[in-house]
Design a binder for this molecule. Structure first.
Ligand SMILES: [Ca+2]
Length: 195
């Protein structure tokens, strides 16, 4: 079966909206049209200005999530959105980490958002960092660092934090999620926005 494109969906929705409005009351055509974008809103689309690539971990290249570099990571079949999330701890007995370098400039303040669940108790706290790099190996400082307790939390929890401003010479922000010991954690919907 052929899948309708966005234009066809828009036309269909506009027709439905016009029919609803034509049955007799309330809405002016202008108001009906104004409601259409709300109907069309797709929650899995990246936010405007999104800096993270593959933040929902839907794209994989073999065993690795596209645009990320990971150690001991795999696909979680219990995602928060879409069909996949990232599992920290493909082998639960070992530490795990994943990171992505995002091109930015100096004097940026970034807002990091993500969801995370801990289906199996983790030894030690999970750590989240945003670090400033002058180039992929040139560390300039830490913009954000916090930890999440490794206690079991089977439902996804939403987190968001802001970084300090990036220092002079910054060319990349490195986002890192790490698990120091045994255990598992599932990560999804990572977002980084320049404020
Ligand atoms: Ca996902």
């Amino acid at each position: 079966m052929r899948v309708a494109g966005p234009e066809e969906l828009l036309v269909t929705l506009l027709l439905l909206a016009a029919l609803a409005g034509g049955s007799g009351h309330r809405e002016s055509p202008r108001n009906v049209a104004a409601q259409v974008p709300v109907i069309l809103q797709r929650p899995r689309n990246p936010l405007p200005g999104e800096l993270v690539r593959n933040g929902s971990f839907e794209e994989w290249q073999g065993e690795a999530p596209a645009a990320w570099k990971g150690v001991n990571v795999g696909v979680s079949s219990d995602p928060h959105s879409g069909e996949r999330a990232l599992r920290l701890g493909a082998d639960p007995a070992l530490p795990a980490a994943v990171h992505q370098d995002v091109p930015i400039t100096e004097a940026c303040r970034l807002e990091l958002r993500f969801v995370l669940r801990v289906p199996e108790v983790s030894e030690g706290s999970l750590e989240v960092r945003v670090e400033w790099l002058a180039h992929p190996d040139g560390w300039r400082g830490t913009g954000l660092r916090f930890t999440i307790p490794g206690t079991v939390k089977s439902q996804y929890t939403y987190y968001w934090r802001c970084t300090s401003p990036s220092p002079p010479g910054t060319a990349y922000a490195r986002i890192t999620f790490s698990k120091p010991g045994a255990g598992r954690a599932d990560l999804d919907d990572v977002s980084l926005i320049n404020l």
